[in-house]
Design a protein around this ligand. Structure first.
Ligand SMILES: NC(=O)c1ccc[n+]([C@@H]2O[C@H](COP(=O)([O-])OP(=O)(O)OC[C@H]3O[C@@H](n4cnc5c(N)ncnc54)[C@H](OP(=O)(O)O)[C@@H]3O)[C@@H](O)[C@H]2O)c1
Length: 245
């Protein structure tokens, strides 16, 4: 895939995996637009990458998604890559204990509804380009869940499924549909320190950049690469290891 002279929108691009991809796009001569909710994180990203354009937007809000779409296509009509990266991860109490269902809903809205809606909003615009892409960030946990965060894993499994269908439906268009499947990566996802035993962020981002440049449409790294390709039998073993009795 050509990774130069593109205009890229990365949701949640001010931190973690999104920021690591934003850096690589920006340093390779692409115009990069990022969005997020925390103004101070957007500002910090601007300080680090002065060319990056930031938009304050909460993708869990349908109004904000519509505003984000309108703002981007009006001000940057050449946009040709959408990266659905923003996500949240909750660790709710066991399902037979009192629950905050709204936390489940926020995960569904942020991790599934938003990337689906943004894909649908942008797809017509992208199909008019000579060469375009939608990239969805799922997870190795889409294939074998960690049972103590059931909704997070289910949203990623659903986004994986949606991505397969999106790719199939767009197969005869100029839009490539890419699924990036991270393993546990050292970011602040779900809270500071919870992912410190993951793979180093720069290692994962370098691998992702290489795979994107090679034109891979679906790829993981380490654990998630093995999960992505595993048989049901192996996934059952992975489930048992991840979720001891
Ligand atoms: N790290 C891992 O181990 C891992 C593994 C598999 C998959 N992933 C996926 O990788 C993606 C990036 O996560 P990360 O690990 O880089 O964690 P992260 O640093 O917490 O990044 C998540 C980003 O999403 C943004 N975001 C969350 N909710 C949002 C909303 N409603 N509207 C706009 N932006 C929102 C956050 O910014 P604000 O809070 O400022 O809005 C943040 O910049 C996620 O989809 C995650 O599920 C991560």
């Amino acid at each position: 895939m050509n990774l130069r002279n593109r205009t890229v929108l990365i949701t949640g691009g001010a931190t973690g995996i999104g920021l690591a991809l934003a850096k690589r796009f920006a340093l390779s001569g692409n115009k990069v637009i990022i969005c997020g909710r925390r103004e101070e994180r957007l500002e910090a990203a601007r300080r680090e990458l002065p060319s990056v354009i930031t938009i304050h937007a909460d993708i869990a809000s349908e109004d904000d998604r519509l505003r984000l779409f309108q703002t981007v296509v009006s001000n940057h009509p050449e946009i040709d890559v959408l990266v659905n990266n923003a996500g949240i991860q909750n660790r709710p109490p066991p399902v037979n204990e009192p629950q905050d269902f709204k936390a489940y809903q926020r995960e569904i809205t942020t991790n599934l509804e938003a990337p689906v809606h943004l894909s649908l909003l942008f797809v017509k615009h992208l199909t008019q380009k000579h060469d375009a892409a939608i990239m969805n960030i799922t997870s190795g946990l889409a294939f074998s869940p960690l049972a103590f965060m059931p909704m997070y894993c289910a949203t990623k499994a659903a986004l994986h499924s949606f991505t397969l269908s999106l790719r199939h439906q767009l197969r005869d268009t100029s839009v490539r549909v890419v699924e990036i499947i991270p393993p546990k990566v050292q970011t602040d996802l779900g809270g500071v320190g919870l992912h410190d035993d993951g793979v180093p962020l720069e290692d994962f981002a370098d691998h992702a950049w290489r795979q994107l440049s090679l034109g891979s449409e679906e790829f993981g790294f380490g654990f998630s690469e093995r999960n992505r390709l595993a048989s049901r039998e192996v996934l059952d073993q992975v489930f048992a290891t991840l979720n001891p009795k």
